[in-house]
Design a protein around this ligand. Structure first.
Ligand SMILES: Nc1ncnc2c1ncn2[C@@H]1O[C@H](COP(=O)(O)OP(=O)(O)OP(=O)(O)O)[C@@H](O)[C@H]1O
Length: 587
């Protein structure tokens, strides 16, 4: 996605708040007008003092005008900032919702590859960072631009020559400011990238602290952390060093309006071309003029940070969407048919080559083969984690691209070894399988998935949060919770990415029982790592280098495939070894 300009990026999200933002700017301008009224009143009083015609009534009258102007200024400023804050939070909400929508519509495979630390940094921190500038820049920035203009016009009305004299130092001050802004975009980009890198390294360090400690890597990973922090300091400091001379010079020159007003005003007064009240007012107003100009330069910086954040959000989540069907399809049976399927992750090299398989409804098929052969990829294509590069996949004769994602999710349960548990109660974690399920149905699913016993041992039973229970649950127990979820979901097609690690005999037996319950009467596709679990499959597909090189029952493959025979022998050997070790430990 192409980067948008400063205002374009802001307005791309500001559309729903257009009315409120416009009103906020109008109120800010009324507030500016209110802020000028005390100056007008002061001018009147000064004139009367110089004329020696001032009375108590005049003082009260113009004093009242001063107070009225002040009230208008404060009141409209409050309305303006309230409206701008409402708009800012609405825009933030919109940006966060768009990210969530994007993640939902993107291919699941792509979202799984997105760095969680980076997403958190953008969705929470970067978007939050733009609240303050967004809430203040639009109303106050426009006021900071209009106020000097209004002051200048009023000064012209008093005496245009003095008004022009008050501008003398402004072009001089703009020279250093202009030099400061040279290369601003690049430097700002570098600063934000360095900031982002530091954020990512901090998140990575905290998330990976277990591994860092376990592998005694603290020094080397601290090195990365230290470098990121130091690099951020260097970038910030270098930026400061390259600009401080210009900002200081600009800030020194800008307020020196008196250098123009005072000598020119004095000469004009001596030659009778102006009056003392006018010079006094010109001196007062010219100082007000530069202070708001200075504020406008500050706002420029904040506008840039908004632009950067919005463009980062847009770019990070420019991850492509799956073309989505919206109309539900009638799926009357659940054969899975892969027709000449090829797939590439990168768009260059295919990892799946022209695979055609038919998995009849309610049959049990297994994918086995060497690591990296393409088993998981094939299974995930059925759940539409990605779209195939070539060929089609259909369920019950309907191309999965024509099935809305929500309907496809109801048709296919994908159970992996690392199903995520949310930090809510175990009951709610299982209920995710079917949000409408009653407590009794959840308990029934948990019982079928062999979870009941260990859940009841937790301090708060089914009400224990996954966070509390997380440390107490073994990998096998977590997988059984995932199976309970899938039992509750009751999808007609089950894809099971079988666990490799939970091999203690007791756990394995329980997982097998849970799987047997889950898969009763379903179309089942298992990615098998332990061949004993798929011995009874209707058909075993041997996958190597992205192709199905052989297929058959366990017995057929033992007879016809050397690769399968070797894998089986290795598996039996490993199993014996594991049993022997267990027996030794028990003895
Ligand atoms: N997200 C991804 N992006 C890019 N390449 C990937 C991705 N996932 C897998 N691959 C590559 O695709 C090929 C097939 O991987 P896949 O995970 O499907 O194999 P597998 O047979 O399931 O392996 P394993 O038994 O080790 O899980 C491998 O070369 C792998 O490196």
């Amino acid at each position: 996605m192409k980067d948008k300009g400063m205002l374009g990026s802001i307005f791309s999200y500001a559309k729903p708040c257009k009315g409120k933002l416009t009103l906020s700017v109008i109120c800010a301008l009324i507030s500016v007008a209110g802020g000028i009224i005390p100056f007008v009143a002061a001018y009147r009083i000064i004139i009367m003092f110089f004329d020696n015609s001032v009375t108590a009534e005049d003082i009260f009258f113009w004093g009242g005008i001063c107070i009225a102007g002040f009230i208008v200024k404060v009141l409209f400023h409050a309305i303006s900032t309230t409206l701008s804050h409402i708009s800012a939070y609405t825009i933030l909400e919109l940006m966060r919702k768009r990210v969530a929508e994007k993640l939902l519509k993107a291919p699941l495979g792509v979202t799984q590859n997105i760095n969680a630390g980076k997403v958190k940094n953008i969705v929470v921190d970067q978007i939050e960072n733009i609240e303050i500038p967004l809430a203040h820049v639009i109303p106050e920035g426009s006021a900071a631009l209009v106020l000097p203009l209004a002051v200048f016009v009023y000064l012209c009305m008093i005496d245009f020559r003095l008004a022009l004299a008050s501008l003398i130092t402004i072009p001089l001050a703009m020279i250093p400011y202009g030099m400061m802004l040279g290369g601003y975009n690049k430097t700002y980009q570098k600063y934000m990238e360095s900031n982002e890198h530091m954020n990512n390294v901090v998140v990575e360090y905290v998330e990976g602290i277990e591994v860092v400690k376990a592998f005694n890597q603290s020094t080397s990973s601290y090195e990365k952390y230290r470098k990121a922090v130091e690099s951020f300091k260097e970038t910030t400091l270098n930026w400061y060093k390259s600009t401080w001379k210009f900002t200081t010079l600009g800030a020194v020159i800008l307020p020196t309006t008196l250098l123009g007003v005072l000598p020119i005003g004095t000469l004009m007064y001596l030659s009778g071309a102006t009056t003392l009240p006018k010079i006094t007012m010109a001196m007062l107003l010219s100082m007000g003029l530069v202070s708001s100009l200075g504020r406008f330069i500050l706002f420029f910086n904040q506008l840039k940070s908004i632009q950067y954040s919005i463009n980062t959000v847009n770019k990070t989540f420019d991850i492509g969407e799956l073309p989505l069907a919206s109309k539900e399809k009638t799926i009357s049976q659940h054969d899975i048919y892969m027709e000449h399927v090829s797939f590439s992750y990168t768009g260059k090299e295919d990892v799946i080559h022209d695979v055609s398989i038919k998995i009849p409804e309610k049959s049990f098929y297994a994918l086995v083969g060497p690591s990296g052969g393409g088993k998981s990829t094939l299974a995930r294509l059925v759940a539409r984690f990605w779209d195939t590069t070539e060929g089609n996949i259909s369920i019950g004769g309907v191309n999965i691209k024509d099935i809305p994602l929500t309907q496809l999710a109801d048709e296919v349960s994908f159970v992996t070894q690392d199903n995520f548990l949310f930090n809510s109660s175990i009951m709610e974690n299982i209920r995710l399988g079917n949000p409408k399920a009653t407590d009794a149905e959840v308990l029934e699913a948990a019982r079928k998935a062999q979870c009941d016993e260990f859940i009841n041992k937790l301090e708060h039973g089914y009400q224990s949060t996954a966070g509390e229970a997380g440390d107490k649950l073994s990998g096998g127990e977590r997988q059984r919770i995932a199976i309970a979820r899938a039992i509750l979901k009751n999808a007609p097609i089950i894809i099971l990415d079988e666990a490799t690690s939970f091999t203690d005999p007791e756990n394995e037996a329980k997982i097998q029982e849970a799987i047997a319950e889950l898969t009763k009467g379903k179309t089942l596709l298992v990615i098998a790592h332990r061949l004993s679990t798929i011995k009874n499959a209707d058909k075993i597909l041997l996958v190597e280098n992205g192709k199905i090189i052989q297929s058959g029952t366990h017995e057929e493959l033992l007879k016809n495939s050397n690769l399968y025979k070797d894998m089986w022998q290795a598996h039996i050997g490993a199993k014996k070894w594991s049993v022997n070790v267990s027996e030794e430990v028990l003895a």
